[in-house]
Ligand binder design. Structure first.
Ligand code: KIV
Length: 275
């Protein structure tokens, strides 16, 4: 059985203002995706800080080829399931494809997610999405941004590829990150971004960045639950994925091993990052 090298942080449930405090104190944030109450209980037991009901559920739970078919009803249902199992971690619900196409649609979907138990909603992209983010934040809905590889853009991007590789693309990503933070986001997921670009964005912003394939210098990390537990999702396994069940020995042990590795800075290493 895996024994965590640090005691899992106990105490107060996570709140939105605690995110910036963690960044100021240099405490790395640990996030996992989750889709049901049973795993949510395990996540709390393991001392994970943040839980995302991601639209990745379309691929890992529903067995689809992309996240595009996931609906507001799907996210609301899984958010309610996860909320029943959580008592400490901050619950973030993902805006599914086009649910944030306008501020009005965004507020309707986000209200359902908060009423289902979420404490924050995640929105992919910048540009016109900044207007949606501002609209939600002004109406008391905390927002997490998501830049870099945004899986809802898969048709335009032509696949799931690392973003921000050349100078112009890296500059655009940095400008988008500032715009998302200025619109009021309190957290920012960076997916599949070269390590130096993610490091620069993390230094630019007061809000914490959460990396997935974005190197070790983000303020926290997220993994899809199924990937962290070594489950074959039926899709190509990205470079940033690590199976923590091997060293953890049990579901909770794997989550603790992941949390310890993020907090002590050993995950992600170069093998699980893009140069
Ligand atoms: O949907 C999801 O699980 C996500 C994470 C990969 C960040 O967006």
């Amino acid at each position: 059985m895996y024994t965590s090298t640090r005691s899992a942080p106990t105490g107060k449930p996570w709140t939105v203002p605690m995110l910036r405090e963690a960044k100021q104190d240099g405490r790395r944030l640990v996030m996992l995706t989750c889709y049901d109450a049973g795993f949510a209980r395990a996540i709390d037991q393991a001392g994970i800080d943040l839980v995302l009901v991601g639209d990745s559920l379309g691929m890992v739970v529903q067995g689809r080829d992309s996240t595009l078919p996931v609906t507001v009803d799907d996210i609301a249902y899984h958010t309610a399931c996860v909320a029943r199992g959580l008592s400490r971690a901050l619950l973030v619900a993902d805006m599914p494809f086009q649910a944030d196409a306008s501020p009005e649609r965004g507020i309707d979907a986000a209200t359902r997610f908060l009423q289902a138990g979420a404490g924050m909603v995640k929105i992919e992209g910048a540009g016109h999405k900044c207007e949606v983010i501002r609209h939600l934040v002004e109406r008391e809905i905390p927002v997490c941004g998501h830049l870099g590889l945004t899986p809802q853009s898969v048709l335009r991007l032509g696949g799931y590829r690392v973003q921000g590789r050349d100078e112009a693309a890296a500059d655009k990503l940095r400008a988008d990150a500032v715009a998302v933070a200025e619109a009021g986001a309190e957290l920012l997921v960076l997916e599949c971004v070269p390590t130096p670009v993610a490091a620069a964005i993390s230094a630019d912003l007061d809000i914490p960045t959460i990396g997935i394939g974005a190197g070790p210098q983000c303020d926290g990390q997220v993994l899809v639950l199924h990937d962290a537990l070594g489950l074959d999702s039926g899709h190509r396994r990205p470079k940033f994925v690590k199976d923590f069940l091997v060293e953890g020995g049990s579901v909770v042990g794997a989550m603790q091993a992941y949390a310890d590795a993020v907090r002590d800075g050993s995950f992600p290493d170069a093998e699980h990052s893009y140069a």
